[in-house]
Design a protein around this ligand. Structure first.
Ligand code: AMP
Ligand code: GLY
Length: 425
């Protein structure tokens, strides 16, 4: 098979690494890819959001199967366009991708199909939004309806802050068109986890749980990021909690989307808060998580490709996935200044030695090769230093052993990735 993966992050490197190992894969392309992906796939210089460029390439190169990494192109209809050209694609239609593309739509689906989630309402009028915000004891959660590069959620610690943010979002259009409408919702208290399931629109195949670290600083402090590290499994995800997530959240959503005439095919990524009343849905993403995919792919023993194809073809009921019972953990190395102003263009050395540490795999995110064939930082999150081991403590030790061998004065990382899991063990 001739396969194209769309995207350029650590998630896409982990997907390419796994797909390249499949006996079904003859030729693998990645658009646009990065310097690490280039070891597993041929990178082509087409942006992940260049819908017509990607469709043209897939037709020209007779691609058999496309795997879309990020949400942006899905929300823009990349899967619909490719399928219309007869190119099989892993990833939901634009209508189904609205589960991530519109927070209001996602909340309405949850309400209609009785999926446990935070109490909410949708607003375009600031006065009405403020009146509703008064009905909550702070914190009060505000969400831009549309995609806002991961910045669209604001947790306000007072009513006054919420009122000011409502004006900023609705009146001053802080997030542009994405905040022309907002969701105001209840704050959920508990421990967060990431849950992933493949679905073909009808059948559901759960993957494994993971947890990520969203805050930039040690001890989960500082601004939110795309994720500074992750590990799998999530110790908080007991069998009972996983069963509740499947029965109360994932299955009703898949059935509900089918009933709406918008069947969801692809990977459904549920952000879950484990509350005193059980698991509740925080949000859906319509793609694999980044960096959660890195530890998840390291734990997957089975061939990923047939599972992705079955999700697209509608016969996921025939697929079974096997998992390593080892733990896996990824430490993200980011460029100094991330998440506000990452400084790119700095050179990273000694990656080969770091990759030789027992149990370690290094996935690239924002990297490129410069004219001297050195690896340079080319984004905010730059590397995902990943390790597997029997215990979280050992996986963590292995990952940091590799991190400490990397010579990159322009970068930084958190030193406590996996602390919850290590402490619990
Ligand atoms: P994202 O949408 O990925 O930027 O993430 C927003 C983050 O905000 C989530 O991962 C949660 O940590 C937090 N969050 C969102 N909604 C709520 C809520 N209703 N209650 C508590 N925390 C929330
Ligand atoms: N790590 C969270 C995300 O992929 O959105």
């Amino acid at each position: 098979m001739r396969i194209l993966v769309v995207g350029s992050g650590g998630r896409e490197h982990a997907l390419c690494w796994k797909i390249a190992a499949s006996p079904l894969c003859d030729k693998l392309y990645c658009a646009p890819g990065n310097a690490g992906i280039a070891a597993d796939a041929e990178c082509v210089a087409i942006g992940a959001e260049d819908i017509e460029g990607l469709v043209g390439f897939a037709k020209r190169e007779k691609i058999d199967f496309v795997v879309v990494g990020p949400e942006g192109p899905l929300v823009k209809g990349l899967a619909d366009r490719l399928e219309a050209e007869g190119i099989a694609t892993f990833g939901p239609s634009a209508q189904a991708a609205a589960l991530e593309g519109s927070k209001g739509f996602m909340k309405d689906i949850a309400a209609k199909y009785r999926i446990p989630t935070a109490r909410y309402a949708r607003f375009t009028d600031p006065a009405a939004a403020k009146a509703f915000a008064k009905s909550f004891t702070p914190p009060i959660v505000l969400k831009a309806d549309g995609l806002a590069s991961g910045k669209g959620v604001i947790i306000c610690t007072s009513l006054a802050e919420a009122e000011a943010e409502i004006d900023a979002m609705l009146t001053e259009k802080k997030f542009g068109a994405a905040s022309a409408e907002i969701v105001v919702e209840e704050f959920l208290d508990g421990e967060e986890l990431s849950f992933f399931a493949l679905t073909d629109g009808k059948h559901v195949l759960p993957l494994v749980s993971a947890q990520d670290h969203k805050r930039v600083g040690d001890g989960d402090t500082g601004p939110n990021t795309g994720g500074m590290g992750a590990y799998s499994p999530a110790p908080v995800a007991t069998q009972e909690i996983e069963a509740a997530i499947l029965d109360r959240i994932i299955r009703p959503t898949v059935a509900g989307m089918a009933a709406e005439g918008k069947p969801f095919k692809g990977v459904l990524f549920a952000g879950i808060m484990v509350t005193k009343e059980g698991p509740k849905l925080i949000e859906f993403n319509v793609r694999f998580g980044d960096p959660e995919t890195q530890p998840i792919m390291l734990r997957m023993k089975s061939d990923l490709l047939p599972a992705l194809m079955a999700a697209r073809d509608g016969n996921l009921q025939n697929v079974d996935l096997r998992w390593s019972d080892e733990t896996a953990l990824v430490v993200v190395l980011a460029a100094k200044g991330y998440p506000d102003k990452p400084q790119t263009g700095t050179v990273i050395r000694n990656l080969d030695a770091a990759a030789k540490v027992d149990g370690v795999t290094i996935f690239h995110a924002g990297t490129k090769a410069n004219a001297r064939s050195e690896i340079e930082a080319a984004g905010g999150r730059v590397l995902g230093v990943s390790a597997t081991a029997k215990s979280f403590g050992e996986a963590q030790a292995r990952a940091y052993r590799a991190v400490d061998l990397i010579d990159w004065p322009g970068g930084f990382c958190r030193r406590d990735i996996g602390w919850r899991a290590v402490n619990r063990a």
